[in-house]
Write a protein that binds this ligand. Structure first.
Ligand code: FE2
Ligand code: FE2
Length: 188
């Protein structure tokens, strides 16, 4: 992997804080990949690039999505930040020349998930929430769960995000609900 090249590109796209987060997600994703038998290189790359579009302004996220046939619904229009995952996958392909569809999908799904998620998708999703700089209440327990049961950790991530939106009176994207139910159904 051209890790140094990617890092150099990311430095021009992300704040220092976001870059540090991206590096930590990459490291955490590698550790989870080792634990669960996923491809460590893919986990490292998807983790490093997952937020490459996160610092783009809302209008740019919407324009990039619309011009590249990324589906945009009414909730994305109201909360364009949600598009940073799918636009991030687009940039990873275009600007970073990532061809690996599994890596691109893990980047695209790291915010809202999907009804069916691969092991790599789950690893990147959970690594984003449990990397060492995260400090929300319950993160220690979530880290423990992530080490023992990845599906349960994923369910906890969805539940926490959905409950936070409800508490804040905010919108909930139906894809997050479908993803949450997908994992819950799988658990029986
Ligand atoms: Fe993100
Ligand atoms: Fe992130």
């Amino acid at each position: 992997m051209q890790y140094k090249y990617y890092l150099k590109c990311l430095k021009g796209m992300l704040s220092d804080k976001r870059l540090r987060h991206s590096l930590k997600v990459s490291n955490t994703a590698v550790r989870l990949a080792e634990l669960y038998g996923a491809d460590c290189e893919k986990a490292a790359l998807a983790g490093l690039l997952h937020d490459c579009a996160r610092d783009l302004p809302n209008d740019e996220l919407l324009t990039l999505a619309r011009h590249n046939r990324v589906p945009v619904d009414s909730i994305d229009e109201a909360r364009p930040v949600l598009l940073h995952a799918s636009v991030g996958a687009l940039l990873a392909k275009r600007q970073f020349s990532v061809q690996d569809e599994a890596v691109l999908q893990a980047i695209a799904l790291h915010t809202l998930g999907d009804e069916t998620m691969t092991l790599l998708d789950k690893i990147v999703f959970v690594a984003d929430k449990v990397e060492p700089d995260r400090s929300f209440p319950g993160v220690g327990e979530l880290r423990e769960i992530a080490r023992r049961n990845l599906d349960r950790a994923l369910l906890c991530c969805f539940d926490a995000a959905i409950m936070l939106s409800v508490r804040n009176g905010d919108l909930i994207h139906p894809r997050a609900v479908r993803a949450r139910n997908g994992i819950r159904l799988k658990m029986g």
